[in-house]
Design a binder for this molecule. Structure first.
Ligand SMILES: Cc1cc2nc3c(=O)[nH]c(=O)nc-3n(C[C@H](O)[C@H](O)[C@H](O)COP(=O)(O)O)c2cc1C
Length: 315
């Protein structure tokens, strides 16, 4: 079986979620997923903001943790990688896939895919700064090549990846959508397969895996990364069975406890809302429950809403 990987997700891929995922494994020797962290700003890390220690908390399985760095300046990214290199972890990843306007405006994320030379210089600078496994998470590209229909050019993607490979990148995670493409458009897994055939480094595929069976199926062909499914079904990596309402409630409460243990109070509400945005899909009246949760102003209030919902809808 190939690797299962938790995707980097801002405000979601933090220690509390990893602890929750780990709580479903009942044996210490069952293979664990790789855990990508949420994106960490290189500039923020270097200037030592008040919340950095929370972003850097790599527990509970530091040996399986991959820190993802965000930035556009090769020197800052390399200096930040030097800091991460001193921490126990499996690897360091460069975010070349984020398409949020607030990020692309700064030249970071998927914007790095527009300039092969710059992306190559960043990879080379990080290669010098760390001996950890160096990886890049990317999309198909920023936009379709000029004059083409809306399909991204595979040749350009391949040239981009080969350059990274030559600069010492050891692993690629491909979310096969273009920058502007929302989740409504299906991820193009044929690009993952094509890239795997051409590169000598491993390529993880990511996007739209929606069930445990889908994960098992994708993982037959190579490393498979999941984001939203791991939040909706944090038991999926442990291949635990579908949860009853009572177990769903228990899991929700466990997450709230883990959040207050492993995240600062300033993050509690935003992280809880993010989590329940996906977790509520396990319940019949998902939208109703989500709206009620979003109106609450404390973790205690969120717990009460979930408890009431499960009491009123035991099935
Ligand atoms: C809430 C949220 C936050 C995300 N934050 C990041 C991020 O910090 N870095 C990154 O490379 N991708 C980020 N992504 C993209 C995911 O890693 C992943 O590529 C995407 O969700 C598709 O995978 P999925 O269909 O399994 O969810 C984020 C996605 C979501 C939904």
């Amino acid at each position: 079986m190939a690797e299962h990987i938790l995707a980097p997700m801002a405000e979601l891929s933090h220690r509390a979620l990893r602890e929750l995922i780990e709580s479903f494994f009942d044996r210490p020797d069952t293979p664990r997923p790789e855990y990508y962290s949420e994106m960490i700003s290189a500039a923020g890390l270097l200037s030592g903001g008040p919340f950095e220690k929370w972003y850097l908390d790599g527990g509970p399985r530091q040996e399986r943790l991959v820190y993802q760095l965000l930035g556009s300046d090769p020197e800052k990214l390399a200096a930040a990688a030097g800091v991460l290199d001193t921490l126990p972890c499996l690897g360091i990843d460069i975010n070349m896939g984020c398409a949020a306007p607030a990020i692309t405006r700064t030249g970071a994320g998927v914007r790095l895919m527009e300039d092969i030379d710059k992306a190559g210089r960043i990879a080379a600078a990080l290669r010098k700064a760390t001996k950890k496994r160096l990886s890049v998470k990317m999309r198909l590209g920023s936009r379709p090549p000029p004059g083409s229909d809306d399909l991204p050019g595979f040749e350009r993607l391949l040239t981009f990846c080969r350059r990274l490979e030559n600069e010492g990148v050891e692993f690629i995670a491909l979310h096969p959508r273009l920058a502007g493409e929302k989740f409504k458009r299906r991820a193009r897994w044929d690009y993952v397969e094509a890239l795997r055939k051409e590169l000598s480094i491993p390529v993880a595929g990511n996007g739209d895996i929606g069930s445990a069976a889908g994960l098992a199926d994708r993982a037959k062909a190579g490393p498979a990364m999941i984001g939203r499914l791991a939040v909706k079904e944090p038991w999926v990596f442990a291949a635990a069975p579908r949860q009853s309402t009572a177990r769903l409630e228990e899991t929700a409460f466990r997450f709230l406890d883990l959040l207050s243990l492993h995240q600062p109070p300033e993050f509690h509400l935003s992280r809880a809302r993010r989590f329940f945005r996906y977790y509520c899909d396990n319940f019949t009246w998902a939208e109703y429950l989500r709206n009620k949760i979003n109106r609450e102003e404390s973790l205690g209030g969120i717990g009460r809403v979930i408890h009431e919902y499960c009491r009123e809808n035991p099935r």
